[in-house]
Design a protein around this ligand. Sequence first.
Ligand code: OOG
Ligand code: NI
Length: 272
Amino acid sequence: MTLETFFAQLWDDYIAMTPQAQRIHDAFIADGETIINDHVAFRTFDRGPITLSDLEPHLLALGYTRYEPYDFAAKKLRAYGYLPPADDQPRVFLSELKCDELSDSAQRIIDALVAQIDPARVATPDVMWAGRLWDAPSFEDYQALMAESEYAAWLAIIGLRANHFTISVNQFRTYDSVEKVLAKVESLGLGINESGGRIKGSPEVLLEQGSTLADRVEFTFAGGQVEKIPSCYYEFAKRYHGTDGTLYQGFVAASADKIFESTDIRGDRHAG
Ligand code: OOG
Ligand code: NI
């Protein structure tokens, strides 16, 4: 699979889950901007056949290289940033939940999900937008995971797919700051993740980021209970050049920690 096909299919799945993304995308195009993706992000469990090291070969096969590791102790996550083969292609942020750090009962719920995955399903790159590879969990299991990890609960119902795409603000002409982009997004009636402030990072750390609050979609839990749950969100990033003259390529752990909260149920209270 070519990198272009990979991202085209990933995008199609993402906008089906995230109607706000198409609206935002189209609004900036209508205002004459060109959209380049700064990065996309994936989430997974460090259990079963879908651990970070199980999924990473799909990125390497597309020409990606490992760049930097990140650790989020409080959220019980570890992650890697990956660099694309060419500068105008998206970076990738791939994280996984450290399941050992959850309670025994939460681990049992997760193990029952990943036990349903056919390892052969993980062999092709389209697993990256396969969604849920297990039956819908019960609302009780979802809430039990939620009590320990928003990320675990989200992943249990959304599965493998792009958690967000990220517009590169560097390529914008009129909306040339993250704040101008966020103001435009708000004018469309969409909420912004204000956890840690509207803008995470600064020119000093060579990366400024902002994001929406994830769309809310209806989900049918095991047993037929239907609830509105957060799906995916859109991010906006502006990168700066370091003292060595090169454009910053990494992520910023303190900012990423807050960006994760764009899919929080509790994230609702971060809205302004
Ligand atoms: C990833 C959050 C981190 C960034 O740009 O710092 C991130 C996630 O929500 O899965 O994407
Ligand atoms: Ni991101």
